[in-house]
Design a binder for this molecule. Structure first.
Ligand SMILES: NC(=O)c1ccc[n+]([C@@H]2O[C@H](COP(=O)([O-])OP(=O)(O)OC[C@H]3O[C@@H](n4cnc5c(N)ncnc54)[C@H](O)[C@@H]3O)[C@@H](O)[C@H]2O)c1
Length: 374
């Protein structure tokens, strides 16, 4: 692991689920000071071997486990990262919450709002014994550099009273996963939970309000229709429009297309208040700020720097350094004894909004958040 000269006690990590995202966490952790990955847990031998190969040799032994129960019994770690498939989060998280280590749980927190609430109940129950523990949900799009800059503009108040937020994600189809778990909604929660929980989280964060109603239209029109797994064709939606009404009167929309990789930006986020508009373009890293007081068709444009992230991580390509920034923020919370910035409640709400959108599509009508949460 990373060499460090500071006298701080290293934080010892266990990574549970060492597939694509587990590897991204291992790379990110390897670039942080006072950080050691000491245990790996995955039932799939190939995933375990790849993860072990990706570790920088820090001179300490690495324990390997096939089950989370064995990992917990082995102990010896301070923080666990849960990056196993969505449908396993509920079962994997339970022994870890009882164990009491700090936890980073990948998004989505669970595959339904009900699962998320069960996790929250367990968190509360075990908090009496493990009060200082940080439980953080991996909604890391908050930590994309252009999005952070957009949030700065929102926070400055220069846009005035925020009224509209539009998020467009136009991207490539879902990648191949270990055991093809992501091909079926029963394993993922459905695309609007699995993928779009990130965007529903950003909506709440930008608008600083809670959603009350969701209306959506979507379908699986193009992707994975020629694939068959044990006699079944995948059932995952690949395009949708979602409209969300918020308690403060603001409205947000999501435009998702997963056969639109022939474009420049994966995400385009635009937020408009009564005084102006800000936009963030992720992949180009462009952020624009336009104030109505300065006239029509005027805006400042900047390319947002990613210099804070070690270059070696950007070479790994994924998520523009946001995993690394997320870990850095979580480590600060652990070391300062402060609360998680991204809580299990945030995890619940981002899943519940996705669930409401799926229900709206199947019922063909708007769905109130109360129908999902009550
Ligand atoms: N934050 C993000 O932007 C982001 C991006 C991609 C994936 N993810 C999330 O990360 C998680 C993993 O996704 P992935 O893309 O790495 O999938 P993956 O298929 O590449 O890896 C999952 C790994 O978990 C292992 N696994 C299965 N059951 C397990 C269990 N009970 N205990 C421990 N390990 C188990 C599998 O063998 C596999 O190696 C998912 O929840 C996914 O939604 C988050």
């Amino acid at each position: 692991m990373a060499q460090h000269s500071s006298p701080r006690t290293p934080l010892r990590y266990a990574v549970v689920g060492t597939g694509m995202m587990g590897l991204e966490h291992i790379h990110a952790l390897g670039s942080l000071p006072d950080t050691e990955v000491v245990a790996l847990c995955d039932p799939h031998a190939t995933s375990l071997r790849r993860a072990k190969d990706a570790l920088v040799d820090g001179g300490h032994p690495i324990a390997e486990y096939a089950t989370v129960e064995d990992l917990v019994a082995g102990g010896g770690f301070d923080v666990a990262v849960v990056s196993s498939p969505n449908f396993t989060h509920r079962a994997v998280v339970e022994p870890l919450l009882e164990h009491g280590s700090h936890l980073l749980i990948e998004k989505p927190l669970g595959i339904t709002a009900r699962e998320c609430r069960e996790i929250i109940a367990l968190e509360k129950e075990t908090s009496t014994v493990h009060a200082a523990r940080v439980v953080w949900v991996g909604l890391e799009y908050r930590y994309m550099a252009p999005t952070m800059r957009l949030l700065d503009h929102v926070g400055s108040g220069s846009l005035g009273n925020l009224r509209m937020l539009a998020i467009r994600e136009h991207r490539f189809p879902f990648l191949v996963k270990v055991g093809d778990w992501n091909r079926f909604s029963a394993n993922t929660g459905g695309t609007l939970v699995e993928k779009c929980c990130h965007f529903f989280d950003l909506m709440r964060l930008v608008l600083q309000s809670e959603p009350n109603r969701v209306f959506a239209s979507g379908a699986q029109d193009v992707n994975h229709l020629d694939e068959i797994y044990e006699g079944r064709t995948p059932d995952i939606l690949d395009n949708a429009f979602v409209i969300v009404d918020f308690d403060n009167g603001a409205r947000a929309s999501l435009d998702l297309c997963m056969f639109a990789e022939a474009t420049k930006n994966e995400q385009e986020i635009s937020v408009v208040g009564d005084l102006g508009k800000a936009e963030a373009l992720v992949t180009e890293g462009v952020v624009r700020l336009g104030l109505r007081s300065k006239g029509w068709f005027q805006c400042e444009e900047e390319i947002v720097s990613v210099d804070d992230v070690p270059t070696s991580l950007l070479a790994h390509g994924a998520h523009h350094g946001s995993s690394w920034r997320q870990h850095r923020a979580m480590q600060a919370a652990i070391r300062n004894g402060s609360r998680a910035a991204v809580t299990t409640f945030d995890g619940l709400m981002s899943v519940a909004m996705g669930e409401a959108a799926h229900r709206s599509i199947s019922l063909g009508r708007p769905v109130s958040m109360g129908e999902i949460l009550d």
